[in-house]
Design a protein around this ligand. Structure first.
Ligand code: NAD
Length: 334
């Protein structure tokens, strides 16, 4: 393998804009493969900056046995919350895919959209699986109105999640207004800004997609209420301990001061972990409508690889992957 291709963000975005249902299938399939031990997904590495404590760049290396081929690689994703004040997205990323035979890098993809859609697809796969035993009340609240929230809303509509009323809450009213308008204009959802956080927390399904670093929600979930805890640090550990908890991967999620990690520290154990999303998908665990349910996905690098491989294959089929001639300086040892 001595070719190297680049897939620019505009092409990635165009391909993903018309592939949401397929991405949901890729992500659900990858969760099953992870559960079957067909992946290696080491801990993410967080690069932090003493002079910019709010910013980070995270490395997510992984390998996954896909149906077509095994693919290895790494996502390198920045989170600079200060970008938002300039109107720029918080996150930016690249994904390197490596050939499993030779180890050679084979492609570089712009990956902010890949990361957003794999996150949104995780939420949608979980919402669909949980709704089989907990149908919800048709009211959806989104707390935190940024790029991730927007992508999750799109993916919830793709899996047919029931949304009779959408409440949007953000500390920044401008962001709440943007997402409310997007939901009405692009997704035809009956959306409005929530009057308060307290009002948002009454919805049957609550999605958190904020940049909160320290948990602040102390209202316990009601029976039959589902929280998609995407930003991971909004719910106080007491709320987590009082609910049923499904994680994407237990070892990953109980790290980095996520709400489940704080719940582990507070309770001194993991008895509060009900199971994984794969347990629900496989029918090994059935959520009980008698108490609230929290789904917490740490975000697995294997999902980025699987979605990235899907995008690269689509770009290659359509002649849209840009080959870099002579990318490798030496292709013969002697
Ligand atoms: N679990 C995963 O797999 C995964 C993957 C990707 C991103 N994320 C997380 O999703 C979150 C959102 O990402 P984004 O790119 O949309 O960010 P963003 O900066 O575009 O939007 C976040 C929004 O949250 C709002 N906010 C911050 N604190 C709040 C609070 N306490 N209450 C209400 N609103 C609040 C901000 O005003 C902002 O509008 C980030 O925390 C990111 O780390 C999780």
């Amino acid at each position: 393998m001595s070719t190297f291709e680049i897939v620019p963000g505009k092409i990635v975005k165009d391909l993903l804009d018309t592939s949401a249902a397929a991405v949901v299938d890729v992500v659900e399939d990858t969760y099953r493969r992870h559960d079957e031990g067909r992946t290696v997904n080491p801990d993410s590495y967080f690069l932090r900056f003493p002079a910019k404590p709010e910013a980070r760049i995270i490395a997510l290396p992984a390998v996954v046995e896909l149906a077509e081929e095994t693919v290895a690689g790494i996502k390198w994703i920045s989170s600079f919350p200060g970008n938002v004040a300039q109107g720029r997205p918080r996150a930016s990323a690249v994904l390197v895919l490596n050939d499993y035979e030779t180890g050679y890098p084979m492609a570089l993809l712009e990956a902010a959209e890949i990361s957003a859609v794999r996150t949104a697809a995780s939420a949608a796969v979980a919402a669909r699986a949980l709704a089989r035993s907990i149908p919800g009340d048709g009211r959806l609240a989104v707390i935190g109105a940024g790029v991730i929230a927007r992508t999750i809303l799109r993916y919830l509509t793709v899996v047919g999640h029931r949304i009779d009323e959408l409440l949007v809450f953000d500390l920044d009213p401008g962001s709440a207004a943007h997402l409310t308008r997007y939901a009405k204009d692009h997704l035809a959802l009956p959306a409005r800004a929530a009057a308060s956080l307290a009002e948002a927390l009454t919805a049957g399904t609550v999605v958190t997609a904020t940049t909160a670093a320290t948990p602040y929600i102390d209202r316990p979930l009601e029976p039959g209420q589902v929280a998609l805890n995407i930003s991971l640090r909004d719910f106080r550990p007491e709320v987590i301990l009082a609910g049923q908890n499904y994680l994407d991967d237990v070892e990953h999620c109980l790290k980095a001061d996520t709400s489940p990690h704080l719940a582990e520290k507070l309770s001194g154990g993991r008895a509060f972990v009900t199971g994984t999303l794969a347990d629900v998908l496989a029918g090994r665990s059935v959520p009980d409508p008698a108490s609230g349910v929290v789904f917490s996905p740490f975000g697995l690098g294997v999902l980025d690889l699987a979605v990235g491989r899907f995008v690269l294959a689509a770009a290659q089929r359509q002649g849209l992957a840009v080959e870099v001639p002579d990318f490798f300086g030496e292709t013969r040892r002697w």
